[in-house]
Ligand binder design. Structure first.
Ligand code: PGA
Length: 256
């Protein structure tokens, strides 16, 4: 299975020049470390900028077209087109060259009232155009992980077929660990990941559950990243704040 290192830029940076510079640092850094060992390790780096910076990244990735670096968006709407002022559809993202879309991030749930039901509609819609969703789940401070995550999985994945599941990535992001410099320790995160696998086995089957990459996200940096991949053997990382520092993001990639 591939190892995924995903950078979620969130609502940053605020100018095109800064976005270009950040992407340039990442691109050059990856070129420097790309080697036979990179290909053997099967690492996929995914950059998820705000919608407005997607075209410039699309132009760069599509023009140079080197493997191992692709891009995605941080959200999408559930309809493909129509009278929905302000929305961006999965079809638009696909036509721009996006491979991935983050769906159900806790900040979307918190600030934009996204529910398991709307997350489910977005997942179904992304699958329709073969965008690969990065489906975020995780409990808030004081909540029982198993109860919250099980519910997010059951309701979020409602109606999603086995064949579609093969294109899914799940990111376990406990809300209390996001942007707090208080990461969930690898052994604790691993318990949640095993719980997610168990729930997927119950909802689908064991074989399929083993095929779905499950990532960790929350206060990752260039020092702690390798513990999740090398020691806890997770399938990848969803990196927020640290992905805004191109040099540190490259250090994360190197460390794993
Ligand atoms: P963080 O964010 O790395 O800044 O904690 C992770 C995320 O929200 O995906």
């Amino acid at each position: 299975m591939k190892t995924f290192i995903i950078g979620n830029w969130k609502c940053n940076p605020t100018t095109q020049a800064q976005a270009e510079q950040l992407f340039d640092t990442v691109e050059k850094g990856i070129k420097r470390i790309k080697s036979a060992s990179w290909r053997n390790k099967n690492i996929e780096v995914v950059i998820c900028p705000p919608f407005v910076w997607l075209p410039l990244i699309s132009a760069s990735v599509c023009a140079k077209g080197f493997g191992g670096l692709v891009f995605g968006s941080q959200d999408c709407f559930w309809e493909q087109s129509g009278t929905y002022t302000g929305e961006i559809s999965p079809t638009m993202l696909k036509n721009l060259g996006c491979s991935y879309v983050i769906i159900g991030h806790s900040e979307r749930r918190k600030y934009f009232n996204e529910t398991n039901e709307t997350v489910n509609k977005k997942l179904l819609s992304a699958f329709k155009v073969r965008l690969k969703p990065i489906f975020c789940v995780g409990e808030q401070e004081g909540e029982e992980m198993s109860l919250v995550v099980k519910n997010q999985l059951i309701e979020g994945l409602s109606g999603i077929k086995r064949t579609q599941m093969r294109n899914l990535i799940i990111a376990y992001e406990p809300v209390w660990a996001i942007g707090t410099e208080n990461p969930c320790q690898p052994n604790e995160a691993m318990k949640a990941i095993l719980f997610i696998k168990k729930t997927l086995s119950e909802l689908y089957n064991r074989e399929l559950a083993e095929e779905i990459p499950i990532l960790y996200g929350g206060s990752l940096n260039s020092k702690n990243a390798k513990d999740y991949i090398k020691e806890a053997k997770m399938n990848g990382l969803l990196v927020g704040g640290t992905s805004l520092d191109g040099g540190e993001f490259i250090k994360i990639i190197k460390s794993v």
